[in-house]
Design a protein around this ligand. Sequence first.
Ligand code: UDX
Length: 434
Amino acid sequence: MRVAMIGAGYVGLVSGACFADFGHDVCCVDKDPAKIDALNRGEIPIFEPGLAELVAKNVREGRLTFAGDLSDAVKSAEAVFIAVGTPSRRGDGHADLTYVYQAARDIAAAMDGYTVVVTKSTVPVGTGDEVERIIRETRPDADFAVVSNPEFLREGAAITDFKRPDRIVIGTEDERAKGVMTEIYRPLYLNQSPLLAMSRRTAELTKYAANAFLATKITFINEIADLCEQVGANVQDVARGIGLDNRIGSKFLHAGPGYGGSCFPKDTLALIKTAQDYEAPIRIVETVAAVNAQRKRAMGRKVVAACGGSVRGKTIAVLGLTFKPNTDDMRDAPSIDVITTLQDAGANIRAYDPEGMEAAKAVLTNVDYAKDAYDCARNADALVIVTEWDLFRALDLTRLKAALAEPVVVDLRNVYRPDEMQRRGFTYMSVGRL
Ligand code: UDX
């Protein structure tokens, strides 16, 4: 199969490299010439475990190429994937579809022969209809179908998620397009991954429903964690106690500083807006978004409380900045709210993150960056763990305690055990545990 991938961002690059690895002939197109030049030099613009190797292998074997212009790639492709960004529109929270619609116009102008146009970007219900209308308007003669095929990739585990998906969702009522999509995903299909065919609008909504449900699950356990602290219960035991019930499931029940990242905050807001527009408001998700937004700053206040009620003039060491481990992504990271709350309260911040410090410099001001975790802790009045990088699980606690001016640790990811930390003489606070 010949595949064109429009957008060489996170989703486009991972999907393109994985499709090439299945044996398809893939061209990833991006309008940013610097990105294409870098990819052609073998440099990967994002940090994702295993991606650099996968790209290099498929480029070497001739199945993966990069281009700045989509014409040639689209002309020869049987399937063209739209994997461009859909950021939250400033002001109203709706998904901004400018890039998707521009891609549809550009694809329409270039396509030749029967072409399946696939939206992989997360797009509100009805976007496929609009993409179809735009293509038809631009090229009344075109022979094509528009399919929704949302991705469910987690950053940091994207390649595994792509190659071993829980399911593949294919939204189309066009039988020929269904055939092309089945062929593209054949290696997974043969590997027993369920391939779910449904209407295009249903597929579009399924993506939002999945992310909103997961965000709800996290927010639920976060609120239970707050209650645990008040009543003297342990949230990890509660999570295990409910998670082993198959109807609930044990995943996404880790209490923490609130969800962040490029998907959950944006997708919950977009779902809320769509539901309001159709006069079918989803109140539970409205509440989830509001609770999560408040939680991030509340975590800053938790650190202030751990420091005896004031952080004015104190140095707070922050370990972990990215919204989760194994990524360099700072989008909607809880660390931003935690740090700004502490700065507003008069604290000086010293931070360390294995991959996120460059990206952090663009969103945070007045932060000193350390060269490692111990350097970060040096003479600090408290240490806060915001992101659970594996590196922080294996710290030498004796060395850490010696580095700190005050042995105060606020562990927002429940990385350490309260009994052990107390035994070692730390003043230790975590989430949902005493
Ligand atoms: C998510 C979805 O998982 C993926 O299917 C979708 O396609 C894109 O959005 P991602 O944003 O990469 O993926 O990260 P994920 O691992 O889902 O974590 C999202 C946020 O929730 C992170 O801030 C994480 O720290 C937080 N989280 C996750 C928790 O606080 N507790 C949990 O139990 C799980």
